[in-house]
Structure formats: C-alpha cells, structure tokens
Design a protein around this ligand. Structure first.
Ligand code: PGA
Length: 244
C-alpha cells in the first residue's frame, strides 16, 4: 500500500432500479466511518436518489461517464456539471466498455476528464490491455500509452484516480497473477508525475481475492463491478481495504 488515498469504488454499470437503493443504504449503515474512501457509481437514473439516500453518510456517489460539453444538443448524454448537480463527486471515464461499445479514444477520455475537473469532479480514468495485447507482450506499452493520452493537463492527486483494468479480467472471474498486477502498477506509479495519485486495480475483484490484491504495494484500492451490487460482498471488499 502506498501513501495515496485508499478507495473502494463500485461500478454498477447498467444495473440497478430504485429498489436497489437499499444496498446503498445498507452499505452506509455498515460503514459509518470507513477507513478508506467508499464510492458507488450507479446508472445515471439513480444518481439523484442515491445521493439523497447517502446524504450525511461517508459513502460517495459517482457517475459512469460524462460528455465533454457542459450542455447543448447532445441527445442522451449527461454533462459533468449535471452529474455534480445531481450529487456526484466522482466520475468513471474511459471504462473499457465505453472504449469498445462507443469507440472512445484516449484523446476523448482526456477531454472528458478535463470537463469533469472543470465541474469539480474527481475523474477515475480506466486503462487496460486486451488479452491479445497481453499475449503479444504489449501490456506495458499499451497501458502506458493509454495513461499518457488519457490524462489531461492539470491532472493531480486531488482530481484524478487511475484504474488499471485488464479487459480480459472484467466480468470473467479471471484475474492476473499478483506478479502481473505488481508489474503494471509499479510501471504506472513510475510514469505518473504526481506520485500521490491513487491507483486502483479492477477486474473480477471479489471478497475472496481482495486482501491479496490490496497487499500489493502500488495498489491503493479497487474498481469493482459485479461484486459491488450487493452491500454484503462490497462490504467485505471494503473491510479488506481498510485492513490493508
Ligand atoms: P468486474 O468489473 O468486477 O465485474 O469484473 C470491473 C469493472 O468493469 O469495473
């Protein structure tokens, strides 16, 4: 564990209806004073309601994407300013599902991060190699290029978190070896100008593997998909991070 702030971030993706706000409530009750940052990123439809449920608690709310502009003729999109207005404090950007489903480039991610910063949001910027890139021995080249191209001018530890998420580990139940995570996180830390930027690992983090992953020096927390949907599972991951 480095000196950077610890963060357990839950990415609900396209999951969650109003009834699921009970999970956020349960999490806030279980962690009144967590020993790390705790964040839930529900779908945009639930941000306002979740922010209400979590008001006064230590659990933060975030978005999963934002547009580069503040407002305008962009049907279906949500701006960083709107997320902040709805109660979000952070926003996930450049998730591999956005990069693949919506063709988002690192340059676009950097522009979105700039918009997030301007709105006072912390940008959680995701990077990660595909399985083919790993098999070709390109992992470090790929993630370092994504890092360089996805972080805008003005990036600091106060406004940015980086999440390393190997594409092949997301939602698959497969995780890299501890040595593979260590190699990438060490390279990312070395490449970052601001060494205090938190580095999260993401991809099939579960209660059963969280402790060993958090034992890696340059892992400051996790970006958790499936296991963040239930307060019990996410709570076990948060507890592991508190103890790391
Ligand atoms: P997963 O997703 O934990 O379900 O693998 C992680 C992510 O996509 O952020």
């Amino acid at each position: 564990m480095s000196d950077a702030c610890k963060l357990a971030a839950g990415n609900w993706k396209m999951n969650g209806l109003r009834a699921d706000l009970d999970e956020a409530r349960a999490l806030a009750e279980a962690f009144p004073k967590p020993g790390c940052g705790v964040l839930l990123c529900p779908p945009a439809t639930l941000i306002c309601a979740m922010a209400d449920v979590l008001e006064g608690s230590a659990v933060m709310v975030g978005g999963q994407d934002c547009h580069v502009r503040e407002s305008g003729a962009h049907t279906g999109d949500v701006s960083a300013q709107m997320l902040a207005d709805a109660g979000a404090r952070q926003v996930i950007l450049g998730h591999s599902e956005r990069r693949s489903d919506h063709g988002e480039s690192s340059a676009l991610v950097a522009a979105k991060a700039q918009a997030a910063h301007a709105a006072g949001l912390v940008a959680i910027i995701c990077i990660g190699e595909t399985e083919a890139e790993r098999d070709a021995g390109q992992t470090l080249n790929v993630v370092l290029a994504q890092l360089a191209d996805s972080l805008p001018e003005g990036t600091t530890a106060a406004n940015t978190v980086v999440a390393y998420e190997p594409v092949w580990a997301i939602g698959t139940g497969r995780t890299p070896t501890l040595g593979q995570i260590t190699e990438v996180h060490d390279a990312l830390r070395a490449a970052l100008r601001d060494k205090a930027i938190s580095l999260l690992y993401g991809g099939s983090v579960k209660p059963g593997n969280a402790s060993e992953i958090f034992g890696i020096e340059n892992v400051d927390g996790a970006l958790v998909g499936g296991a963040s949907l239930k307060a019990q599972d996410f709570g076990a991951i948060i507890a592991a991070l508190e103890q790391a």
